[in-house]
Design a protein around this ligand. Structure first.
Ligand code: KIV
Length: 283
């Protein structure tokens, strides 16, 4: 079994120019397959709102949902760095609310660190959580929890004013003590600058090449069909595989081809005559 990576390994990977590959997972089997494949880290993202619960965004996701699914992913991937994702309004009202909820991911769900969205405006929350001894990953650029404020799920920093805002957010997250940062939906020119300027690992989704990449598992495995972002790359088509499997199962049941003999139990050898008599009694 490979050694479980720590925050210092991720720093070393950046320092040595080794790319970090990670993915979201929200359940036991997916997390265990990701671990078996050698994924560097796993995020139990609040994208569960769309992928698991069928919401049209991440805003309705609750702490209870995140804790429950983070626990499930931890059970599937006991040996992989696991990131708990703080949902909307679980860290916004005060530093103490942020610390308490971050602590729940570590104590109750077994996460190794937490991720939260925002830059300058949440720097005090990041600092508070870090001071409580909890490892924090930042998330800047397109921050889906504030998509209404951003005017939708739009790439950020594509003009100079926007780029300045993303850079200032990233610097604030770094200075507040985050060990790494996710940059989402930002031009590669800005992300690669951040990856060079800031000493901590800068990971991207829809942000071009930097220190590593994450994908949402629904996009990667082709099982989320409502919407495919420009940056989603499909490595499998689970929608097709699952639908075909369900169709074949339905056809087998209707034709009584399932269950076949290998799927059935039979009475123990030597019990046949006694069973026959028993069934006679009930006729
Ligand atoms: O919740 C999530 O899945 C995310 C992605 C942008 C990786 O934060």
């Amino acid at each position: 079994m490979a050694k479980k990576l720590s925050r210092f390994d991720f720093q070393e990977m950046k320092d040595k120019g080794v790319q970090c590959a990670w993915v979201t997972a929200y359940d036991y089997p997916t997390a265990s397959f990701a671990e078996a494949a050698g994924m560097d880290m796993i995020l139990v993202g609040d994208s569960m709102g769309m992928i698991v619960f069928g919401y049209d965004g991440t805003v309705p996701v609750t702490m209870e949902q995140c804790i429950m699914l983070t626990k499930a992913a931890r059970a599937g991937a006991p040996n992989t760095w696991l990131i708990g994702d703080m949902p909307f309004m679980s860290y916004h009202t005060s530093v103490s609310q942020a610390i308490e909820n971050a602590g729940r991911f570590i104590k109750e769900a077994g996460a190794d660190c937490i991720k939260l969205e925002g830059g300058v405006r949440v720097a005090d929350k990041i600092r508070g959580i870090v001071d409580a001894g909890i490892v924090v990953m930042g998330h800047v650029g397109l921050t889906p929890q504030s998509s209404a404020a951003l005017g939708g799920f739009k790439a950020q920093g594509r003009d100079v004013t926007g780029a300045r805002a993303v850079i200032n957010d990233a610097i604030a997250v770094y200075e507040a003590g985050a060990f790494s940062m996710l940059v989402e939906g930002v031009p590669e020119e800005v992300t690669s600058f951040l990856a060079k300027k800031l000493p901590i690992p800068i990971y991207g989704i829809g942000a071009g090449l930097c220190d590593g990449q994450v994908q949402v598992v629904g996009d990667l495995l082709g099982m989320f069909t409502t919407f495919t972002p420009k940056f989603g790359k499909k490595y499998a088509n689970l929608e097709e595989i699952e639908t075909n499997a369900f169709k074949n199962y339905i056809a087998d049941v209707k034709a009584q081809k399932y269950p076949a003999d290998e799927h059935k139990y039979h009475i123990f050898k030597g019990e046949e005559e006694a069973l026959k008599k028993l069934l006679e009694e009930y006729k």
